[in-house]
Design a protein around this ligand. Structure first.
Ligand code: SF4
Length: 358
């Protein structure tokens, strides 16, 4: 089932385009102090060959802003400067060449700067993310709604869209974040009901450590993407940036929105298992890393469910007692392959059919 994406205009961030005419872009945010350019660059190197498209760095001081050129020169990925409270840092980040700035206009201590920031972004060809969350919700909307409800957050976001567009600036995306999955989903849905074509950055904020964070982001980001809503994603998880990128990639992959690698499925194993499936799975996953196309490969433990799953996939192993069968495009390709040869024969089959060298 193909997802019909909500039609948006395009926001250009350096060499990456965000919007419905482009693949959903994956972002993460470095954790090193941005005043230490070498540490940030070393962190970025850890995801240089990953699925990440865009890097965000915090800019809490002028010294951090001054490092933007050095950090930008170290990577092909566009750099987003994350600014809170002080609009002068947004101006500095743009002057130092940030491809995009993330601001929550609601938390600027002096909003009279906002117009200057928008005009400077336009002049520099930079993009902006307009962020809305509970922490930056305007006082009058708190009073009107009594809490940072989905209605309040969506109303705030739409208000800022009007403000920015009145300055004839269109190169921006909007995020409407909450740590509560239902609020986040409802807020984005209310925003899109207003019928605009602003590209959307999705995320569940403060989602927690790896497992709860992955679950919350998968539910929030995944639910919206499934409805065609969302153009760039960041899974905020208290773990490494590599893990954040992996989570984003796997959310997209699970719903057919990431086509630059193989999808390897496997059974969870149970007492019927007669082979070392974990070892086989690890070998298959490692061997298929160079594949940059969306083939589906099933590594199954026994014939109970395996034949059906293996047949649903492009390639499959259905194991048995110390041996197994190979499937190709829904048909049995070879039976009674000894366990020791199963992975190799699967990989040989993939190489032959895909015309690639692994
Ligand atoms: S495929 Fe077989 S081994 Fe794997 S979980 Fe299902 S029944 Fe168990």
């Amino acid at each position: 089932m193909n997802i019909q994406r909500r039609k948006t205009r395009t926001c250009t961030v350096g060499n990456v385009k965000i919007g419905s005419d482009h693949p959903v872009a994956i972002q993460t945010m470095t954790m090193a102090k941005s005043e230490d350019a070498k540490a940030v660059i070393a962190e970025i190197k850890t995801i240089e060959d990953s699925a990440c498209d865009i890097i965000r760095i915090s800019i809490p001081t002028l010294d951090a802003a001054k490092n933007i050129p050095e950090i930008k020169a170290s990577t092909e990925m566009p750099i987003v400067a994350d600014i809170h409270f002080d609009p002068r840092l947004a101006i500095a980040a743009l002057d130092y060449g940030a491809d995009k700035i993330r601001i929550n206009p609601g938390n600027f201590y002096d909003r009279s700067y906002l117009e200057k920031v928008i005009k400077l972004a336009k002049e520099k060809g930079a993009a902006i993310r307009i962020g809305v969350n509970a922490g930056s919700l305007e006082k009058d909307l708190w009073e009107k709604h009594g809490a940072p409800t989905a209605d309040a957050l969506a109303e705030s976001a739409l208000r800022w869209v009007d403000f920015v567009e009145a300055l004839d600036f269109k190169n921006f995306v909007v995020s409407i974040k909450s740590e509560r999955v239902q609020v986040m989903i409802a807020a984005y849905k209310k925003f899109v009901e207003a019928d605009n074509d602003v590209p959307l950055h999705l995320g569940v904020t403060h989602a927690g450590s790896l497992i709860p964070g992955t679950v919350k982001n998968s539910m929030g980001i995944g639910a919206l993407l499934m409805q065609g809503i969302g153009d760039t994603v960041r899974a905020s998880i208290t773990d490494s940036i590599e893990k954040e990128v992996e989570v984003c990639k796997n959310i997209l992959k699970a719903i057919g929105l990431y086509d630059k690698e193989a999808d390897v499925i496997a059974c969870p194993t149970c007492g019927r298992l007669e082979v070392d499936l974990e070892k086989m799975l690890a070998e298959v996953e490692a061997a298929l890393k160079p594949i940059k196309r969306p083939i589906r490969v099933a590594v199954m433990g026994c014939v109970v469910n395996a034949v059906g799953e293996a047949k649903e996939s492009d390639y499959g192993i259905a194991s048995g007692k110390k041996a197994g069968a190979l499937f190709y495009k829904g048909e049995l390709f070879k039976a009674n392959v000894p366990e020791a040869n199963l992975v190799n024969e699967l990989l040989e089959l993939i190489q032959e059919k895909e015309q690639i060298k692994l």
